[in-house]
Design a protein around this ligand. Structure first.
Ligand code: RFL
Ligand code: PHB
Length: 403
C-alpha cells in the first residue's frame, strides 16, 4: 500500500489533519490502534477555541456544532467567597469559546470520514516507523490479516501522549521539558442541569473545583484529588458533598445532584518534546506536548498544530516548496509554549499545592485580588482563554488569511 501522508492516531489531531489534507487534494491513510467506539467514547475536552470552531467550519464539519454547541462569552473564577467574571466578549472585542464535547467532535469527524470514504485502519497493533531519515519512509503495523506495510512520503505522528512516534526522534536530538503536578482531576458526567450557565473555576482550601457542562441538561464537574486516590474512594455522595463545599454555598445552591455515569481520574502534567520534526516525521498534538486541563487547551493545540502542518504539507505536495515543513517545528512550538505558560499559570493560581508555603498562598490571593480589579489582567486571561492567533507576529500570513 502507498499514500502521501501516513497519519498515526485517529484522535482530534490525526482526523482533523486527514480532513485538511483531503480538502487540499492530498492523500492520507490513518492508522489507529483502537476501535472507533473506543476513541469516540473517551470523555475529555469540552471547550473549543474560536480558531478550532473556524477550522471545523471551513471543513464543513460544523453543522451539529452550530446547532448544539453552547457559545460562552464569559467564564468565572471563584476564590475565598469572591467571584470574578471574565467577560471575554467585552475584553477581546467579541471573543468567545464554544462548549462542545470532544466526543461530539470525534463523532462528526468519523461520520464525515465515512461519508467521504477516507481510509482509516482501526485495531492496528505494533505500529512501527521506518526510514524517517530518508525521502521514502514507511509505517508497518499488524492487523488480523497479518503485518502490513504502508509506504509514504511523510509520517504524521498524531498518536497522543502514550504514542510511539515521538520515540522515533533520536535521543541525541530530542529535548524534553516536563512538570508533573502533585495532584490529578477527578471528573464526573451527570445527566443534570449545570449549576450555572457559565463555567466556574473555584479555588478552595480543600483544592480546586470546576463546574462545567456538555449541554443544558448534562453537567461535567471536576475536583482536584491526590494522585494516589482511586475512583472507589469517591462514591457519588462523597463527590457531590466535596464539590459543593469547594464551590461555596452560593454556587452550590444551584448544583443538582444525580448519578454519575462517568467517573475518572486524570493526572496533571505539563510536557513539551522538542523538536516536533525529525526527517520525514512530524509530530502534532499530545504526541508532542501535554498541558494540564485547567486552560482547556489540549484539543485546541492539537488542532492548531495540524492547521500549521497541513499548510506546510500543501506547500510541499502542491507547490513543491519544502520551506513550510522546515519551519513547522519552530512555528508550532512558538504557539505551544504560550499555551503551556497559560495552562501552567492558571493551574498555579487555582490549585492547592501540598508543598505550598504561606508565601505561595499569599501570592495566589494577591493574584486573584489583582484579577478582580485589573482590566489588563482580565484581558490577558481572556485572550489566552479564547485562543491566541496562529501567528501573532505578522511575519507569515495566517491560515485564515490564506484560506
Ligand atoms: P489523542 O486524543 O490522545 O489521540 C491519539 C490517538 O492515537 C492512538 N494511538 C495509536 N495509534 C496507533 N498506534 C499507536 N501506537 C498508538 N498510540 C496511540 C490513540 O488510541 C488515540 O486515538 O491525541 P490528540 O489527537 O493529540 O488530541 C489531544 C486531545 O485529545 C487532548 O489534548 C484533550 O483531550 C485534552 N483535554 C482538553 N483539551 C481541550 O482543548 N479542552 C478541554 O476542555 C480539555 N479537557 C482534556 C480535558 C483531557 C482530559 N484528560 C482525560 C486527559 C479534560 C480531561 C479530563
Ligand atoms: C470540560 O468541560 O471537560 C472542561 C472545561 C474546562 C476545562 C477543562 C475541561 O478547563
Amino acid at each position: 500500500m502507498r499514500t502521501q501522508v501516513a497519519i498515526v492516531g485517529a484522535g482530534p489531531a490525526g482526523l482533523v489533519l486527514a480532513h485538511l489534507l483531503r480538502a487540499a487534494g492530498i492523500e492520507s491513510v490513518v492508522i489507529e490502534r483502537r476501535t472507533r467506539d473506543y476513541v469516540e467514547g473517551r470523555v475529555r475536552a469540552g471547550v473549543l477555541e474560536q480558531g478550532t470552531v473556524a477550522a471545523l467550519a471551513r471543513l464543513g464539519l460544523d453543522r451539529r456544532l452550530r446547532a448544539e454547541g453552547l457559545v460562552h462569552t464569559g467564564t468565572n473564577l471563584a476564590m475565598d467567597g469572591g467571584i470574578v467574571r471574565i467577560d471575554m466578549a467585552d475584553l477581546t472585542g467579541g471573543g468567545a469559546v464554544t462548549i462542545y464535547g470532544q466526543q461530539e467532535v470525534m463523532r462528526d469527524l468519523f461520520d464525515a470520514a465515512e461519508t467521504h470514504g477516507m481510509p482509516i485502519v482501526f485495531g492496528a497493533e505494533d505500529v512501527r516507523l521506518h526510514d524517517i531519515d530518508g525521502a521514502s519512509p514507511s509505517v508497518s503495523y499488524r492487523t488480523a490479516a497479518g503485518v502490513q506495510h504502508l509506504a509514504c512520503d511523510v509520517v504524521a505522528g498524531c498518536d497522543g501522549s502514550h504514542g510511539i512516534c515521538r520515540h522515533f526522534v533520536p535521543e541525541a536530538v530530542r529535548k524534553t521539558f516536563e512538570r508533573v503536578y502533585p495532584f490529578g482531576w477527578l471528573g464526573i458526567l451527570a445527566e443534570v442541569p449545570p449549576a450555572a450557565p457559565e463555567l466556574i473555576y473555584a479555588s478552595h482550601a480543600n483544592g480546586f473545583a470546576l463546574s462545567s457542562m456538555r449541554s443544558p441538561t448534562r453537567s461535567r464537574y471536576y475536583i482536584q484529588c491526590g494522585i494516589d486516590e482511586r475512583i472507589e474512594d469517591w462514591p457519588d455522595d462523597r463527590f457531590w458533598d466535596e464539590l459543593c463545599l469547594r464551590l461555596g454555598p452560593e454556587i452550590a445552591a444551584g448544583v443538582v445532584r444525580g448519578p454519575a455515569f462517568e467517573k475518572s481520574i486524570a493526572p496533571l502534567r505539563s510536557f513539551v518534546g522538542e523538536p516536533m520534526r525529525h526527517g520525514r516525521l512530524f509530530l502534532a498534538g499530545d504526541a508532542a506536548h501535554s498541558v494540564p486541563p485547567t486552560g482547556a487547551k489540549g484539543m485546541n493545540l492539537a488542532v492548531s498544530d495540524v492547521l500549521m502542518l497541513a499548510e506546510a504539507l500543501e506547500d510541499f505536495f502542491v507547490r513543491n516548496d519544502q520551506s513550510g515543513l522546515d519551519g513547522y517545528s519552530a512555528r508550532a512550538l512558538a504557539r505551544v509554549w504560550k499555551a503551556e505558560r497559560f495552562s501552567w499559570w492558571f493551574t498555579g493560581l487555582t490549585h492547592r499545592f501540598p508543598e505550598a508555603t504561606g508565601f505561595d498562598r499569599r501570592m495566589q490571593v494577591a493574584e486573584f485580588a489583582y484579577l478582580r480589579t485589573s482590566r489588563a489582567a482580565q484581558t490577558a486571561l481572556a485572550e489566552n482563554y479564547i485562543g491566541l492567533p496562529l501567528d501573532p507576529a505578522a511575519g507569515r500570513p495566517s491560515t485564515e488569511a490564506r484560506a
